[in-house]
Unconditional design. Structure first.
Ligand SMILES: [Zn+2]
Length: 279
């Protein structure tokens, strides 16, 4: 069933576990994520980022994801990841997304607060949830690197009080697009932020986080864990193996089978670590 982020994060916050959000690019990964969640009987977040909606128009991708969510046997959120403008957020809301992230982390604090509040007001008309970001999670690829900076706990407190977001992305040591689990987590900083905000916190760039850290973080106020690279690697690397093993095969439905299975395996592995009511 399609649900909002707010609904599922409330339980996660109260009971100290985290819900996985996966960045998906099409039908194959989206359906594999939902199948894994159904096997574990856990809620999940299907996310689309700007790369995905540049590839497939948001109206088309949104309809497909919403249909998948509505048919699912577990609660599924359809979420826009890193909406950088109010226009793209509006498009997602119009397409029926149950949750949106507005990322004003590169803007001066006041402007980030002002725009995020406008998104919260807009999303409430659609009954959708909002995730904001304070501090800035950078990228492991130097070409993409913006000015990454840790979250300041007092800024986080002010941001939450002024905007009333349902979830808050924080920068505590992770980077986007890491291919190895090498992130060094700033636990002390996380504790300070948690103590000053009391809002479900979101970890971006979680592919780069060790399994043991993921487990620890999910009991310390991190309620949503964003994973993209790990399932893209599972899909892409398995696909390459399939091509090599079957040089004459050209039917992509056959070639997709094994990559989809591998995505399902990675999703189940990550979800088991993060815990939850039924994990
Ligand atoms: Zn992110």
């Amino acid at each position: 069933m399609l649900v909002t982020l707010k609904e599922i994060l409330k339980e996660a916050y109260k009971n100290k576990y985290a819900i996985a959000g996966f960045n998906v690019y099409g039908y194959e990964d989206a359906i594999s994520v939902v199948k894994a969640s159904e096997k574990l009987n856990l809620p999940v977040i299907l996310m689309t980022n700007v790369d995905a909606i540049n590839h497939m128009p948001i109206k088309i991708l949104g309809k497909m994801l919403i249909e998948i969510a509505e048919k699912a046997k577990v609660p599924v959120v359809v979420h826009l990841d890193h909406g950088k403008t109010i226009e793209v957020v509006k498009k997602a809301l119009e397409a029926g997304f149950s949750s949106v992230m507005y990322d004003g982390s590169a803007l001066p604090l006041e402007e980030n607060i002002r725009n995020t509040k406008a998104v919260v007001d807009l999303a409430s008309k659609y009954g959708a949830s909002v995730e904001g970001e304070i501090g800035s999670v950078g990228y492991s690829d130097p070409a993409l690197n913006s000015n990454a900076s840790y979250t300041d706990p007092s800024e986080a407190q002010l941001f939450f009080e002024k905007t009333g977001v349902d979830a808050l992305a924080v920068a505590i040591g992770t980077l986007h697009r890491m291919t190895e689990q090498e992130a060094v987590i700033q636990y002390e900083l996380l504790e300070q932020i948690e103590a000053m905000t009391h809002v479900p916190l979101v970890l971006h760039g979680s592919t780069g986080v060790k399994d043991s850290d993921l487990k620890k973080l999910s009991s310390k106020g991190i309620c949503k864990v964003n994973i993209g690279t790990a399932i893209r690697m599972a899909f892409g690397h398995t696909m390459r193996d399939e091509f090599n093993k079957n040089p004459l095969e050209f039917d992509r439905i056959k070639l997709f089978k094994e990559p989809m299975k591998q995505v399902e395996q990675v999703v189940m592995h990550k979800m088991r670590i993060l815990g939850g009511e039924n994990a």
